[in-house]
Design a protein around this ligand. Sequence first.
Ligand code: DX5
Ligand code: ZN
Length: 216
Amino acid sequence: MKHLIAPSILAADFANLQRDIEMLNQSEADWIHVDIMDGLFVPNISFGFPVVEAVNKYATKPLDVHLMITDPDRYLKNFADAGAAHITVHYEACTHLHRTIQAIKELGCKAGVALNPHTPVALLEDIIADVDLVLIMSVNPGFGGQKFIQNTYKKIEQLKTLSASQNPDLFIEVDGGVNIGNTPQLIQAGANALVAGNFVFSSGNPLATIKELKQI
Ligand code: DX5
Ligand code: ZN
């Protein structure tokens, strides 16, 4: 499968969000990555339902919603109603992950689980067959523009091995510090969906940058 590109609107210009979403619609991006932070699970607050609804009004690509929030079960329906196509919850934020994954699927969304940099891939052994997507955090969640953690390559390889027998169609997504320099090695390791925030939106020409990431 050709790798997918998911620009993160955390790095977009919030005062010109419609313009940036329309740019993504025109681009070679596959998904629009939407980062939700609650100020509790992570030390930052991003935006909530009205903003996701507003993005969904203009977006022509699936909204890949990444919930960096404690006890996400409380808000799954709100995000599905706001237009999420994928809902990814953090392993570290769920007490009953299997139940949460089923609830996401019942809402008609693709279900994902995210792992913090310190959380081993092996912990997914008994849930891997039930999820559509695993998001490997390559920075500590909470902020855009951080430095990529090198240990990520090893985790992607482990995930690729784990998913090969039980879930070969799994989306293996990597999030944080992705740029043109580490993309070839990430794909080589087994990633098939790449989130990029600052690398896309801080470049002089986001359309060209997305194209570059896609064409590797
Ligand atoms: C970090 C978020 C990321 C972030 C990536 O907590 O989950 O999606 O927007 O931003 P960059 O690509 O700038 O590291
Ligand atoms: Zn994210």
